[in-house]
Design a protein around this ligand. Structure first.
Ligand SMILES: [Zn+2]
Ligand SMILES: [Zn+2]
Length: 342
């Protein structure tokens, strides 16, 4: 099978790879659409703590496709079925897993990180993922391209649940990349009264406005805009943005640290007096549960008018390297690859 193989930290090359070997309980999926995440860029450039140096890995964890082989008769899946994949698979036994929080399992596996992922014609879904309900049938009205976005969208639903975004809330999103824009859309869906997006790049601010933000700001303009936000979500991988979030959250404001940043970067200074005297709630979220993923799939049709703006490029698998470069240079927002053809 054709696949984009990555040696983390050194980049990606297209190769002909052996067919994935299925074991009892596994499911094989033909990848019809896979979107590129900034995590893929990070792994290709700098590696990942879960991937031993020198490992050859097929990246890609935002995957939609069709079932081509089922070695799990009890899974209720059939050949030809259209599915999306929840990428994180926990051990199934620890406290996090028992609560359905696979992404928080200390021993998780993930498609595109510890397991070969979706930058390929086919992806093997291991038995444990099948058993935990991570092969999710697509609603009929959701296209493959949209379904690829269910993964990032499910991370966003997790974040908004943590800060309980609600009707009338003033919401600030720091960072206007793909995740920032999705966070702004979900804030709107949850009834926010005001949605403000801050990003240093003028083009991104323009897109945020087109996608329905009430106000768009350069990061340095946030302070003077006002500090009474009910919800602040930090998608920019930047400690200064995290500091800023605490400064501009209003009384009983809820803050979500949505983005992580490289371990070697200096941590922000936390103004704990601000947290104390304003009774702030600071949260962080990472990944999703299978339930968030299902909810994301049902929400996608409502976001359809905006998704076309979010997906700036549609490319064959062969162009994965160029696509990632365009994302890194901020020429592209979300890029979707089509390994089975456009
Ligand atoms: Zn992702
Ligand atoms: Zn676990």
């Amino acid at each position: 099978v054709r696949a984009a193989v990555c040696v983390p930290g050194t980049g990606i090359a297209l190769e002909e790879c052996p067919d994935p070997l299925l074991e009892p309980g596994d499911v094989l999926v033909r990848v019809r659409a896979v979107s590129i995440c900034s995590t893929d860029l990070k792994i290709a450039r700098r590696g990942h703590f879960k991937i031993p140096p020198g490992t050859r890995r097929i990246l890609g964890h935002e995957i939609a496709g069709e079932v081509v082989e089922v070695r799990a008769p009890e899974a209720g899946l059939r050949v030809g079925q259209r599915v999306g994949l929840v990428p994180n698979v926990g051990c199934g036994r620890c406290r996090a897993c028992v609560a359905g929080l696979d992404a928080l399992c200390p021993d998780y596996d993930a498609l595109g990180i510890t397991l070969d992922g979706g930058f390929a014609e086919f992806v093997r879904v291991p038995a444990r993922a099948v058993q935990r309900g991570h092969v999710v049938p697509l609603p009929e009205e959701v296209a493959f391209e949209e379904a690829a976005l269910a993964e990032p969208l499910s991370c966003v639903l997790n974040a908004h649940e943590a800060v309980a975004t609600g009707p009338g809330d003033r919401v600030l999103v720091l960072g206007g990349g793909p995740m920032g824009l999705l966070n702004a859309l979900v804030a709107r869906v949850r009834g926010a009264g005001e949605v403000v997006v801050a990003d240093p790049w003028p083009q991104r601010r323009e897109i945020a406005r087109e996608m329905g933000a009430d106000e768009v700001l350069a990061p340095e303009a946030v302070r003077e805009y006002g500090d009474g936000f009910d919800v602040v979500i930090v998608t920019a991988p930047d400690p200064r943005a995290q500091e800023q979030a605490v400064q501009v959250a209003g009384v009983r404001g809820r803050v979500n640290f949505f983005a992580g940043f490289p371990a070697e970067r200096a941590r922000p200074t936390l103004d704990t007096n601000r947290v104390h005297y304003r009774q702030l709630l600071l949260t962080g979220t990472t990944g999703q549960t299978a339930e968030h993923y299902r909810r994301a799939l049902r929400l996608l049709p409502r976001l359809r008018p905006h998704l076309g703006r979010l997906v700036t490029d549609r490319r064959p698998l062969e162009e994965v390297t160029a696509a990632m470069e365009a994302m890194a240079a901020k020429r592209s927002l979300k890029v979707v690859l089509f390994p089975a053809g456009l």
